[in-house]
Design a protein around this ligand. Structure first.
Ligand SMILES: *[C@@H]1O[C@H](CO)[C@@H](O)[C@H](O)[C@H]1NC(C)=O
Ligand SMILES: *[C@@H]1O[C@H](CO)[C@@H](O)[C@H](O)[C@H]1NC(C)=O
Ligand SMILES: *[C@@H]1O[C@H](CO)[C@@H](O)[C@H](O)[C@H]1NC(C)=O
Ligand SMILES: *[C@@H]1O[C@H](CO)[C@@H](O)[C@H](O)[C@H]1NC(C)=O
Length: 454
């Protein structure tokens, strides 16, 4: 397109102030690439530090790169405001990095130091600093751990089995040796299951106070003296059902199966002999032929088993005679229900939602789009059926567009956002030619735009 090397934008009202672009290029038409990816066809959004001037993304005035933040503006000539990115907070006009674990960071009362006033749940506030709990639940005045969280015990027999080349590398310690810690003045809580398999909570390395669900504590009868290498002699957490999948034990007997499993019982007692997987699609069941609840995207048929919903959002129980091919009373998104009452859902073409117009329920059943996919536009045929086509089919340079289906005042397809490397420009009306919105390659106007403001 042979437009202009220097486009003049005319915002004509009265009394002109002419703003000429500064040498640094601010105010110049910029690349469409500065727009960010959108999922909805709403107003054009620009990257941080840019504003949408109805034609292209333009950099905010004075939008210099700042550490931990960016400027936002609503127009070129408007003042910019600093917004801090996640992990930074605005203190005295600058973006300051928030320390790990801290959720509220600011100046102290004397305004001479940054302090935390709140911490993440894994951290504890001590003198304006968030310290990592590392499974500790209480500390003495010297910040030494005095008790551990459930599932951990105060490990007085700290074992430093590190093979790390750098023993002072805390990250390395946390990643590699999650159970042993070596932080002077900090907690040293070790996980119960480190020394005792299937132990949920313990008060020492060798005594489990609660086993995991489905396990019970079996005290050892061995008289061998306990050492760290024969810890198992204290006893161990034993499954109360050797085949597994029990959730509750009473002593060494299983009294309840895990969710999704049903019990096989002794005919003479209530003792559970095994916990068996529920039928496919069941979330809970009482036997291999009776589901009490189905998993999501499954439904319960009259035979009390669960079957896939397929494209149904809800089932027409009257029509459904073969459970594996359910008939729908409503369809999932992107499908339309046959209005002739067959209970069948038909897939929409290139659109988020569609209808099946009356009179169309023929062998070649046709859906008509009501909302096109993003970056598509609707085309209506002589029967009033709307199909959606990609905006790039109207022009390679279009990203998002509108046609007469989206906007009845249009008689052709016009861009609403251009592809990267292009910007949206409205050619003014002249003579009998109406104004026309087009996508112009951005490299055709590397030169400055002069903005006239009134
Ligand atoms: C500490 O260890 C982590 C994980 O192994 C590694 O990414 C990091 O570079 C180490 N830092 C130092 C200072 O050695
Ligand atoms: C639990 O049930 C599943 C499926 O039937 C089986 O694969 C598994 O071995 C059972 N036992 C345990 C301990 O998970
Ligand atoms: C419809 O098109 C007209 C003419 O281009 C335009 O002024 C108007 O903003 C459009 N409406 C919508 C909802 O996009
Ligand atoms: C503009 O960009 C296109 C595609 O990248 C390129 O082929 C063309 O030569 C460029 N024109 C100018 C004037 O730089």
């Amino acid at each position: 397109m042979k437009i202009l090397f220097c486009i003049v934008l005319l915002l004509v009202v009265k009394g002109a102030i002419i703003v000429t672009c500064p040498k640094n290029g601010f105010g110049c038409v910029t690349y469409g690439a500065n727009t960010i990816i959108q999922t909805a066809r709403t107003n054009s959004l620009c990257r941080n530090g840019y504003y949408w001037n109805n034609q292209a993304c333009m950099p905010c005035k004075n939008a210099d790169i700042v550490v931990g933040g960016y400027y936002t503006c609503s127009a070129y000539y408007e003042g910019t405001s600093l917004t801090c990115i996640s992990g930074y907070t605005l203190i005295n006009g600058v973006c300051v990095q928030i320390p790990l674990g801290c959720t509220a960071y600011g100046l102290n009362q004397n305004s001479d130091a940054y302090v935390c006033t709140a911490c993440l749940s894994d951290y504890t506030l001590k003198a304006g600093v968030c310290i990592n709990n590392r499974y500790c639940s209480s500390w003495d005045d010297n910040a030494v751990c005095t008790s551990c969280q459930t599932g951990y015990f105060l490990n007085w027999d700290l074992k430093f089995a590190s093979t790390s080349s750098n023993l002072n590398n805390q990250t390395d310690w946390i990643n590699t040796y999650q159970t042993y810690y070596k932080f002077p003045g900090e907690s040293f809580c070790s996980v119960c299951s480190q020394t005792m398999a299937n132990c949920k909570s313990c008060n020492s390395a060798y005594t489990c106070t609660q086993c995991n669900d489905g396990y019970y504590w079996q005290q050892s009868i061995s008289s061998t003296q306990l050492t760290s290498s024969n810890a198992q002699f204290a006893g161990s957490c034993v499954s109360c059902l050797t085949s597994g999948n029990c959730s509750t034990c009473q002593g060494s007997s299983c009294t309840q199966c895990r969710a999704g499993y049903y019990p096989t019982k002794d005919t003479t007692s209530t003792v559970i002999l095994s916990c068996n997987l529920c039928p496919n699609g069941c979330s809970t069941c009482t036997s291999s032929t009776f589901c009490t609840d189905c998993q999501t995207s499954f439904y319960k048929y009259t035979d009390n088993l669960c079957y896939p919903l397929n494209k149904c959002a809800s089932i027409n129980t009257q029509l459904t005679t073969i459970p594996t091919t359910p008939k729908c009373s409503s369809c999932i998104a992107g499908y339309a229900l046959d209005p002739s009452g067959t209970g069948i859902c038909y897939q929409c073409g290139n659109c988020d939602s569609c209808t099946i117009p009356t009179g169309q329920q023929t062998a070649s059943l046709q859906t008509s789009c009501t909302t096109c996919w993003d970056t598509y536009f609707g085309v209506k045929d002589t029967n009033g059926i709307v199909t959606c086509k990609p905006c790039t089919q109207a022009s390679d340079s279009f990203l998002r567009c509108q046609g007469p289906v989206e906007n009845s005042s249009l008689n052709g397809v016009v861009p609403t956002q251009c592809q990267d490397g292009y910007y949206l420009y409205t050619l003014p009306a002249s003579g009998t030619t109406l104004a026309q919105t087009v996508c112009v390659p951005s490299n055709q106007s590397q030169q400055c735009v002069t903005i006239l403001m009134y």
